[in-house]
Design a protein around this ligand. Structure first.
Ligand SMILES: [Zn+2]
Ligand SMILES: [Zn+2]
Length: 318
């Protein structure tokens, strides 16, 4: 099973500023001084191996959209944030305009998770099939409304693909496209739902926009079971622990510290920090990742959890 991230920023898409680009360039040029990088090959190797991720790359960008490739012809996505625009264009460019079937699991209907759909080109082309799954009553209404005047110039009725909305029951197992999918209600404004997706012994958990109360033992235990033995947990780590338990308590998001604790208890193999805070720049997210890896190391028992920070373009093979 392959997991590919198309949008990883929380709340709203964020572009790198020109000040950040300049800061990265200055750092790179100073570090490259005297290194004799006189060919593209040498320069590329230096960038890949020596510069460090926060200088040579960028985290985040588009809002939530993750692709799961379980094998087979159908496409499987979690959420339709602005990353879905890039994903849709990539499908059309590499596989042609029509004949595609998409299955999309929606965590919830907040704007940052649906805003890519009006720009999801395969939905405008007859001959494609889009099935959108979710647990909210307003699932279809939310998608139709954002394509309606006065908010958008092209009405939903002009999407020519076959588009179906499929209501899933919370806290139940479902069979979708050869996958076993369990839904779980999460603590978030207007509720959100996590998905535990399994195929042939491989398990990925998609759990974003979810706040965890560490003093609620029953709830923590239920989530640990939801994450149990997962190969990958994609986890809402928008805040630092200090923020999550003080000023931003009840804002509906979680922290890297809670993610490590829950994945250790669940004996999950990998934790991916996801839904990055929009005000965090690359240095801040890289520092958060380094702190999280250190925390995992010093609190580790006999089970290691590998920690990643999501970025647009990250691929993880399970
Ligand atoms: Zn969100
Ligand atoms: Zn939300």
């Amino acid at each position: 099973m392959l997991v590919r991230f198309w949008g990883t920023r929380g709340s709203i898409p964020v572009a790198m500023t020109s000040a950040e680009v300049k800061r990265k360039l200055v750092t790179a040029l100073v570090r490259a001084a005297g290194r004799g990088l006189d060919t593209a090959g040498k320069a590329r190797a230096f960038v890949e191996q020596e510069l460090g991720f926060a200088v040579s790359h960028t985290f985040g960008g588009n809002s939530s959209c993750v692709q799961i490739e379980p094998g087979g012809d159908d496409y499987v996505l979690c959420d339709l944030g602005s990353g879905a625009r890039v994903f849709g264009n990539a499908v059309l460019a590499t596989r042609g305009p029509t004949g595609h079937r998409f299955h999309v699991f929606m965590s919830h209907l907040h704007w940052d998770h649906i805003m890519g759909f009006p720009f999801f080109m395969p939905a405008y082309l007859a001959g494609n099939h889009v099935r959108i799954y979710g647990c909210h009553d307003a699932l279809e209404k939310a998608f139709r409304r954002q394509n309606a005047a006065p908010s958008f110039p092209v009405d939903f009725s002009r999407m020519n693909a076959r588009i179906e909305f499929v209501r899933l029951e919370p806290d139940r197992d479902h069979d979708v496209a050869g996958l076993r999918v369990r839904t779980k209600k999460q603590r978030h404004g207007g509720d959100s739902y996590g998905y535990r997706i399994e195929k042939q012994g491989k398990v990925v958990v998609y759990s974003t926009d979810s706040e965890h109360k560490q003093d609620d033992a029953a709830e923590m235990k239920a989530f640990v079971e939801f994450f149990r033995d997962a190969d990958l947990v994609i986890f809402d780590a928008q805040y630092s622990l200090a923020e999550a338990i003080s000023v931003k308590e009840d804002w509906g998001h979680s922290s890297n510290v809670v993610g490590v604790e829950m994945c250790q208890l669940a004996r999950a193999r990998r934790l991916c920090l996801y839904h990055h805070e929009p005000i965090f720049d690359d240095e801040r997210i890289a520092a958060l990742l380094a702190e999280t890896r250190r925390l995992e190391e010093i609190t580790r028992g006999d089970h290691r959890v590998e920690v990643f920070a999501a970025y647009d373009g990250l691929e993880i093979t399970l």
